[in-house]
Design a protein around this ligand. Structure first.
Ligand code: ZN
Length: 160
């Protein structure tokens, strides 16, 4: 069996940024995902296509194939009063914000200057080239329910 659309693959991975710092790693808890359902960034998913259990590889995913390029229009300065009900604001905090069409964006605070709060709607990894070291550790067919939901159920996946 090799990785293709609608297979559930579990991967051990280490993600390193351009500066050589480890950003994220599975650390012995393999990440299961459904291939072909945009569970992973496109550049990584492309590289996993056709791989089998036991395969190991390294890939550098350019920002455009990762979390996208940074868009400066997503950076805004908003008044502190926008954060009513939040006890204490700090740089790096994440919030859900509603866009003009009701869509949900994740934004994070990048700067606090008195009542001026700078928020950034870019993904924290936008604009970054990502280096992945990957090992495929498990592979199976997705269940009908998983395909319906678009995510993996059970260990390492959604518990519901
Ligand atoms: Zn589900």
């Amino acid at each position: 069996m090799t990785i293709q659309k609608d297979k559930v693959a579990s991967i051990e991975y280490t993600l390193t940024g351009d500066d050589g710092q480890v950003i994220d790693a599975s650390n012995g808890n393999p990440l299961p995902y459904i291939h072909g359902h945009m569970n992973l960034v496109p550049g990584l998913e492309k590289e996993l296509e056709g791989k089998a259990v036991g395969d190991k590889f390294s890939v550098v995913v350019a920002a455009a194939e990762g979390y996208g390029e940074r868009n400066d229009e997503f950076v805004q300065v908003v008044p502190r009063s926008m954060f009513q009900g939040v006890e204490e604001l700090s740089e790096g905090m994440h919030f859900q914000a509603n866009g003009p069409e009701g869509e949900v964006h994740s934004v994070h605070i990048t700067k606090i200057d008195g009542d001026d709060i700078t928020v950034d709607g870019n993904h924290p990894l936008a604009g970054k080239d990502l280096s992945f070291d990957v090992e495929v550790v498990d592979l199976r067919d997705a269940t009908a329910e998983e395909l319906d939901h678009g995510h993996v159920h059970g260990e390492g996946g959604h518990q519901h």
